[in-house]
Design a protein around this ligand. Structure first.
Ligand SMILES: Nc1ncnc2c1ncn2[C@@H]1O[C@H](COP(=O)(O)OP(=O)(O)O)[C@@H](O)[C@H]1O
Ligand SMILES: O=P(O)(O)OC[C@H]1O[C@](O)(COP(=O)(O)O)[C@@H](O)[C@@H]1O
Length: 304
């Protein structure tokens, strides 16, 4: 079974304000509301790709009810733990540039956290756990390391997609897959990444320190993959970008979907790129049809 875990889900509120003026009254157009948060996006995309999975994490308040309802409509299995606060609303403002305001998230108590530990302890050898997104301030920064240790003991394959301190803490931890974007990798190593070669050289550090598969995503410029004795580059296909929110999460879902079927990192990487780009070219997350139409436009090359 594949599980996703979203400690800090969100309702993603997308609003278009052409010529946004900071400090003024702006009228928005074409609002959309989506269930969001990194693990939840991975669950939704896996489901669209026909891969059964269960979404775990914490939900509360009217926004939590909205997310539960939307996942139910899509027939996604879930086992969320109820919290007392209100699940955050993340604002994605589309104007000449894209601005995101991601809220802090609801508080999580020790009892609620221990319930999640119980869920992880009940996972079976060979399962996959996608632990994605920011860690709310009421949960320790090393939480993903703690669950990675449980996963190692239980031989559960853990995927991590996070940023800031939570990502720093994971260095040196055994992981099945880690997928920083260029900006997250720059922040992690306090450096600037100007080329694929730079992305590969920093990605290799993550591989050497315990991540079996590393993907560094670079938006419309494509991505690099680093695995055992192999580094790959793939271009991103061209298209009209409608909403890149969730592109990285889609990439994780695409990789997992193809890897669990083929066991081939190269094919899984190609599918990951197609899935990320198909989401960038959609208003909501991608459909399987859209992913498969993009596949032939992607060339994967080996690099040193
Ligand atoms: N402008 C774009 N054009 C084509 N594909 C894109 C674009 N932006 C994102 N993607 C696709 O989504 C993947 C992940 O995007 P990226 O922005 O790097 O991740 P994140 O959403 O985690 O910040 C990219 O590797 C690419 O396949
Ligand atoms: O937990 P964080 O880091 O605040 O990220 C949450 C946000 O990221 C998303 O999961 C999208 O992530 P990506 O664009 O990286 O795929 C949104 O749905 C959500 O608003």
């Amino acid at each position: 079974m594949i599980y996703t875990c979203t400690l800090n889900p969100s309702v993603d509120y997308i609003i278009h304000t052409p010529n946004f003026q900071a400090g003024g009254l702006n009228r928005g157009e074409n609002p959309d509301y989506y269930p969001g948060g990194k693990g939840i996006n991975v669950s939704r995309v896996l489901n669209r790709l026909g891969v059964e999975n269960t979404a775990l994490g914490f939900l509360g308040g009217f926004t939590g009810d909205f997310i539960k309802g939307e996942l139910k409509k899509e027939n996604i299995k879930s086992n969320f733990i109820e919290v007392n606060g209100v699940t955050r609303i993340n604002m994605k403002l589309k104007s000449n540039t894209e601005t995101e305001i991601n809220g802090p998230g609801a508080s999580i108590t020790e009892a609620q956290l221990s319930h999640l530990y119980d869920q992880i302890h009940s996972m079976k050898t060979g399962d996959f756990l996608v632990a994605s997104g920011s860690i709310p301030s009421t949960v320790p920064d090393n939480f993903y390391v703690e669950i990675a240790n449980i996963c190692k003991e239980k031989q559960v394959n853990m995927i991590a997609d996070t940023s800031s301190q939570a990502l720093k803490e994971l260095i040196g931890t055994e992981l099945f897959l880690v997928k920083p974007n260029q900006h997250e990798l720059e922040e992690l190593f306090d450096t600037t990444i100007d080329s694929f070669e730079d992305a590969v050289s920093y990605g290799k550090k993550l591989h050497e320190q315990g991540a079996k598969h590393v993907i560094v995503s670079m938006g419309g410029n494509g991505a690099v993959y680093i695995g055992t004795d192999v580094c790959l580059f793939a271009n991103a296909p061209k298209g009209e970008v409608k909403n890149s929110v969730g592109a990285g999460d889609s990439m994780v879902a695409g990789f997992l979907s193809a890897f669990t079927k083929t066991n081939q990192p190269k094919e899984a990487f190609r599918y990951a790129i197609a899935t990320g780009s198909a989401t960038a070219f959609s208003n909501d997350l991608c459909t399987r049809d859209a992913v498969e139409k993009l596949l032939q436009q992607i060339s994967v090359e080996a690099i040193d």
